[in-house]
Design a protein around this ligand. Structure first.
Ligand code: SF4
Length: 392
């Protein structure tokens, strides 16, 4: 193990402290405590992505273009993929959309889920076009022969089906018996499940979405006691960028922290590309996935002597391009700076018109404020080469 300098204290004067020499990579701090073990589920294959069976929790989103405009739909799918989306759902609501399925499949970089309501012909079109999964509630296709036709075709292609219960559209008899409750949602899910199971189809993912966080969480918890199918998590109609992000983070975070959930979608009334980083931030915050730089930054306060808000925004901007899971702390002063920096790969603690740069909690450079960003970038790139060479 290389020997390290251990100077961590704050500067005592306005003078820039001497720059020590960085002589090696320090051992990481112990990992945070683990979550409870993930729920044991069957594994379902959606193109190259596995859902459940212990696979990493995957990130989904849904296009909002008119599906029959296949070029616009493909453009949005490519934008989702660039943002880190792993599975794209696309509604197939009519014959024109069904006719576009082949073109969309040909140009899609992501596995595709056909969102189908009522009309089994559009499901068959997506299956024929080689899509990767259906979202379909078999109980909504009234004719049993048509359900059999779809399930047989999906089974022949090893194409899974997601049963997607929405609390707002439960069957009238379920509402009469249970109301719009977690129990009603679970009963609805079980009813659809039984139809597939009676056809010996078990390649199933289940979702139970309500706009209310507590109802959604209770429904998934209850269903987790009854079946071993993997779960697609989501809060439906969660809202605009801010409120939807908060509601989804709370709801999905609660469940994921309990080991429940195998793929997630955050529904926002916004460009769907916005949903993807929210999903990733939820997963990263719980240590379930790693992707790109994770920034810890202080909120600033009366002690700060540099423009920490601007600096944190700049750091976020310049690190957006990196895929390595480097941990970066951007702290306004030397009160909490060294402590936070010790838990990061690279950290900054601001001083008066200057800042200190830390590697693994060891102060290695002091720079005037104007040079801090460039200095930080250099250190991040060194960390990537040394610690995450697969991303270098
Ligand atoms: S790190 Fe310093 S500037 Fe930032 S909030 Fe804490 S005390 Fe204030």
């Amino acid at each position: 193990m290389s020997e390290l300098r251990t100077s961590t204290g704050p500067p005592q004067t306005d003078e820039l402290p001497p720059v020590p020499e960085w002589t090696g990579v320090a051992p990481r701090n112990p990992a945070p405590p683990p979550l409870v073990p993930r729920r044991t589920t069957r594994a379902v294959q959606v193109g190259p992505v596995t859902i459940g069976g212990g696979a990493p929790v995957s990130v989904q989103s849904m296009t909002i273009t008119k599906t029959d405009d296949w070029a616009a739909t493909l453009e949005q799918i490519h934008a989702l993929a660039a943002a880190g989306c792993e599975i794209a759902r696309v509604s197939v609501p009519d014959a024109k959309a069904a006719a576009a399925c082949v073109k969309i499949k040909e140009g899609s970089p992501l596995p595709l889920v056909a969102d189908i309501h009522f009309d089994h012909r559009y499901a068959l079109a997506a299956i024929d076009a080689g899509w990767d999964k259906l979202r379909l509630n078999p109980g909504n296709i009234r004719d049993a022969a048509k359900v059999r036709e779809v399930v047989k075709a999906a089974a022949a292609r090893r194409m899974p089906i997601r049963i997607g219960v929405n609390n707002g559209s439960l069957a009238p008899d379920i509402v009469e018996r249970y109301g719009h409750t977690p129990e009603g949602m679970v009963e609805s899910g079980l009813r659809h499940l039984r139809i597939l199971e009676e056809l010996d189809f078990h390649d199933i993912v289940v979702s139970l979405k309500a706009h209310d966080v507590r109802t959604t969480v209770a429904a998934y918890r209850l269903m987790a006691t009854k079946v071993d199918y993997p779960f697609h998590l989501g809060i439906t109609e969660a809202g605009t960028l801010r409120s939807g992000t908060v509601k989804s983070s709370v709801g999905l975070g609660l469940l994921l922290a309990e080991g429940i959930g195998d793929t997630i979608r955050v529904s926002l009334t916004a460009d769907p590309v916005e949903e993807v980083p929210v999903c990733w931030d939820i997963l990263k915050s719980l240590g379930l996935r790693e992707r790109g730089v994770e920034i810890t930054s202080c909120p600033s306060c009366g002690r700060v002597q540099i423009d920490i808000v601007k600096l944190a925004e700049q750091v976020e901007r310049i690190t957006a391009e990196y895929r390595a899971p480097v941990k970066v702390a951007v702290m306004g002063c030397a009160v909490n700076g060294p402590g936070e920096a010790s838990m990061a790969d690279v950290g900054i603690a601001g001083g008066k018109g200057m800042g200190l740069i830390y590697r693994d909690g060891v102060m290695i450079r002091s720079l005037p404020e104007a040079q801090l960003l460039a200095g930080l970038r250099e250190e991040i790139e060194k960390v990537i080469k040394e610690r995450y060479p697969e991303y270098a």
